[in-house]
Design a protein around this ligand. Structure first.
Ligand SMILES: [Zn+2]
Length: 263
């Protein structure tokens, strides 16, 4: 994809609500890319390596976040999230994949546009960097969260000490992952070993089923927030395994997407 195509996609995505949001953090995106890389077909792996360099998809998974400080793709900032309201029905949530919401992010529209470019055989290294990153963002709970609190950015949290003020968004982007102390390769391996039995069912689910599940997952995080007593150790104990499962889903679905593009 040339820069021109990226700009055209950017223009198609009306920028309504832009905030400095980073999804999953650096380690999260690398974990997702590693899980996906380990599940690529031989043909997809060869094609992607030839465009991105050997294991390039792991090394460039964070580039779409890094370029937010540059001026090259100024309108890509709202591609990283798709906000929802609380209390929506399953069909209302699933509808966002078909009729892209007019406000609260452009994740679904941007990803669909990029995948269409790739399926037409026109993906260059930039197209793939965006697809690999944004496909991961789709499964980051605070990137499909509430519009009225800016995807959890406005929900303040103390993390371990009152001096470490943070917010719900940042906890799910980075702090929960970092709390386990693994390198990204160790963490990806542990997650793959733990959840391998779920691979087939994750591959067989539709995007809308997964989005609805993701929405309910995010809602459960909000509900817990209302009763949480502020104990950081308990927060980690309660949520690190569901978070790891979410990373596995993101990795397997990214592999499925790339295997379809390069079938
Ligand atoms: Zn992102």
């Amino acid at each position: 994809m040339t820069k021109k195509i990226v700009i055209l996609i950017a223009i198609a995505c009306a920028c309504v609500h832009s905030l400095p949001m980073f999804a999953w953090g650096q380690e999260g995106h690398r974990i997702i890319a590693k899980i996906a890389y380990d599940h690529l077909s031989r043909k997809a792996c060869k094609s992607i390596d030839s465009i991105m360099g050997k294991r390039g998809m792991l090394y460039w998974a964070n580039w779409p976040d890094e370029i937010k400080s540059d001026t090259i793709y100024p309108t890509s900032h709202d591609w990283h999230y798709q906000d929802f309201d609380g209390g929506m029905s399953d069909s209302q949530v699933a509808d966002a994949l078909v009729h892209y919401p007019k406000e609260g992010g452009n994740l679904f529209r941007a990803l669909d546009s990029l995948v269409a470019v790739a399926k037409a055989g026109k993906a260059d290294v930039y197209t793939l960097r965006f697809i690999i990153h944004l496909s991961g963002d789709r499964y980051c709970p605070m990137h499909t969260a509430h519009m009225d609190d800016k995807g959890g950015n406005a929900v303040r949290m103390a993390w371990f000490s009152k001096n470490q003020n943070t917010n719900l968004h940042a906890v799910w982007d980075t702090k929960l992952i970092e709390s386990q102390g693994y390198s990204y390769t160790e963490y990806a391996q542990m997650i793959e070993d733990t959840y391998a039995g779920q691979r087939k069912s994750i591959e067989q689910m539709t995007d809308s089923q997964l989005l609805v599940n993701n929405y309910h997952f995010t809602e459960s995080i909000y509900r817990y927030q209302e009763t949480w007593d502020g104990n950081t150790y308990h927060y980690i104990y309660r949520w690190h395994q569901p978070m790891e499962q979410q990373l596995y889903i993101a990795g397997i679905r990214l592999a499925k997407l790339l295997n379809e593009i390069y079938k």
